[in-house]
Ligand binder design. Structure first.
Ligand code: TXA
Ligand code: MG
Length: 307
């Protein structure tokens, strides 16, 4: 475990330079990072997660200018970058072929993001290159929002975990594919659809699981070991996760706040799974949240966890 200090950041950059795997905090979730130009290091990401190689990775860079070295940035993408970078938004754009081929799994596009988390930015700065990073969880399981989640899920598969405490946004980035013809929404996430539409006008949602544009939008995902069922009425014995007026063993937000619910979502699923296994509960029941703003992304994750 590396600490949030000068030595920790220097060591983190060294792990990347040596072709190793580094778990690092971002404002969304912890990422499993490797040097994006090092094919062998990138291959280790897929192996560590048990991730199919047709599911491409997001590349993290320090700035829009750096992103422009890797992808063709059109006018729509520029507007989005100005509005939401650094932050929880990923843009899928035509690739210039400057990173390891394996990252995009044979697509001619590349997903890029400029994270806002100060530690992620410090590591990117110290390393000085593009960093490929999916969420730092075994493929299909709950995303990590704390260093301890990474250690529990991936443990010895990573050289180092940089501890940045709990992630502030708590949901993965919103993925957009902007082109002159319009902006497609490939994954709901930390920037709400409403906020995106305020910048570029109506988006076309392209979220159908199975018809995979963002292949990570696979049906079962974000899943605890225990069966998740959506609903606000628990059967005795269930572990219940409430929201607002709906109470339970846990609440995503007692005051019905979607930002707080997003921040707590994955940690609550992790904790509910532990409780369910301890108690011998067969079901984790989760109240859905209002389908507005970050609520769309929260419900998206809950529905995939429940498949
Ligand atoms: O917030 C986040 O985005 C976090 C942090 C670590 O940055 N990362 C993350 O990565 O959620 P991951 O691998 O769990 O999800 C990446 C998603 C997948 O659904 C993948 O299919 C999609 O991005 N993706 C990556 N490259 C793509 C491309 N060229 N075209 C379409 N979708 C792409
Ligand atoms: Mg993921």
């Amino acid at each position: 475990m590396l600490h949030n200090d000068v030595a920790g950041i220097a060591r983190a950059a060294e792990v990347l330079r040596d072709g190793g795997l580094l778990a690092l905090p971002t404002e969304t979730v912890y990422g499993l990072a490797a040097d994006a130009r090092n094919g062998a290091a990138v291959a280790r990401i897929f192996a560590a997660k048990g991730r199919p190689t047709f599911n491409p990775l997001i590349v993290h860079v320090v700035s829009l200018e750096t992103a422009e070295e890797l992808v063709e940035v059109n006018a729509q993408a520029h507007a989005l970058a100005k509005a939401f970078w650094p932050g929880p938004m990923t843009l899928v754009l035509p690739s210039k072929g400057r990173v390891a081929d394996l990252i995009s799994g044979g697509l001619d596009t590349l997903a890029v993001r400029v994270p806002a988390h100060p530690l992620a930015r410090a590591v990117l700065g110290a390393f000085g290159g593009p960093v490929a990073a999916p969420s730092a969880n075994p493929s299909g399981q709950i995303s990590p929002t704390m260093a301890a989640h990474v250690v529990a899920g991936l443990g010895s598969a990573v050289e180092a975990v940089l501890d940045g405490g709990a992630c502030g946004v708590g949901l993965e980035s919103t993925i957009l594919a902007p082109s002159e013809g319009g902006v497609r929404l490939l994954r709901e996430g930390g920037v709400s659809r409403e906020a995106v539409e305020a910048v570029v006008g109506p988006v076309v949602a392209d979220l159908t699981p199975g018809r995979i544009e963002a292949p990570g939008q696979m049906e079962r995902h974000y899943a605890p070991r225990t069966q998740v069922v959506l609903g606000s009425v628990a059967t005795p014995g269930d572990v219940m996760i409430g929201f607002g007026a709906v109470g339970g063993d846990f609440t995503l937000s007692e005051r019905g706040d979607l930002v707080e619910a997003a921040e707590r979502l994955f940690a609550t699923l992790h904790a509910a799974d532990t409780l369910a296994l301890t108690r011998g509960a067969q079901v984790i029941r989760v109240a859905e949240v209002p389908e507005v703003g970050l609520g769309r992304a929260i419900n998206d994750r809950l529905r995939r966890a429940a498949r």
